[in-house]
Write a protein that binds this ligand. Structure first.
Ligand code: FPP
Length: 255
């Protein structure tokens, strides 16, 4: 595999003058799609696309922080991605370990809190260890929360929450007719994180792909044709500007 080395540049992104600092989405979620297409169009192996995707992710974490976004959730590896060729799955796991080891000191310097969402117990031990270390070292930080969805499936998340609520019913701590959406929300993987205001998907597909099914009920959706490795801070800020033009109704009538 001819992977380039991780990016060591840390140029601060320039915020567009017309971005309203009072209307920055609190939580942005991203489906980082198109690494494979980017790699193919540049004549590379898919893993080179993922490695380039890592460079982009680093830029976007800092761009989100600079704009004042409080929570950034990205889809790193879905519960369906295990169906990919073994070499790609292994390469992605290795890349995530390497990326967290390479970036943790800078994340700490920037006061960024690391979280993971997904069925983490099924991940390789080295990946679990590196993220558990990053989470404990950054747990008290008040800056941007970077939430990586790994071995994540939206339906599995709801199933896991329903199991936890069912256990409360079984123990007699909750009556079935007392269950409401707050009980489900309280047992999702990251209950302290508010629902995403904005969901961005790169590379043009118009679907949710089992990402944050419960949490995106009222999220604004922004789809761009740009493949993830080419999604730089300027494109991220275009998504924020587009979000600022939206009128959010949450089911109500707005005059
Ligand atoms: C989708 O592109 C992308 C993924 C399945 C993996 C996302 C991973 C990264 C961005 C790598 C960096 C992550 C971390 C946490 C360091 P695809 O392969 O489905 O693209 P395609 O649809 O064009 O084939």
């Amino acid at each position: 595999m001819s992977n380039p080395e991780p990016n060591s540049e840390s140029n601060e992104p320039t915020l567009p003058a017309d971005l309203d600092p009072e209307r920055i989405p609190v939580h942005v979620a991203i489906i980082m799609d198109g690494n494979g297409r980017w790699a193919r169009s540049h004549g590379h192996d898919r893993l080179v696309g993922h490695n380039q995707g890592y460079r982009t992710l680093k830029e976007i974490v800092f761009a989100a922080d600079a704009a004042g976004v409080k929570y950034l959730t990205v889809y790193g590896f879905s519960s369906e991605n295990w169906r990919r060729p073994q070499a790609e799955v292994g390469g992605l796991m290795e890349l995530m370990v390497r990326a967290m080891q390479a970036e943790i000191e800078e994340l700490i310097e920037r006061n960024i809190r690391v979280r993971v969402s997904g069925r983490v117990s099924a991940l390789p031990a080295d990946l679990r260890d590196v993220f558990s270390d990053a989470m404990s070292r950054t747990a008290e930080f008040a800056g941007l929360t970077f939430n990586l969805a790994i071995n994540y499936g939206g339906r599995a998340e709801v199933v896991d929450a329903v199991r936890a609520v069912a256990a409360l019913v079984k123990s007699g701590d909750l009556q079935p007719d007392e269950i409401d959406d707050h009980h489900i929300a309280a047992h999702l993987y990251s209950p302290e994180i508010p629902d995403p205001d904005l969901l961005i998907r790169t590379a043009g597909e118009m679907r949710l792909s089992n990402f944050l099914l419960w949490e995106t009920a009222y999220s604004e959706i922004y789809v761009t044709q740009v493949c993830w490795p080419d999604f730089h801070p300027e494109q991220f800020y275009l998504a924020l500007l587009d979000y600022q033009k939206r009128v959010r109704r949450f089911g109500a009538v707005v005059e």
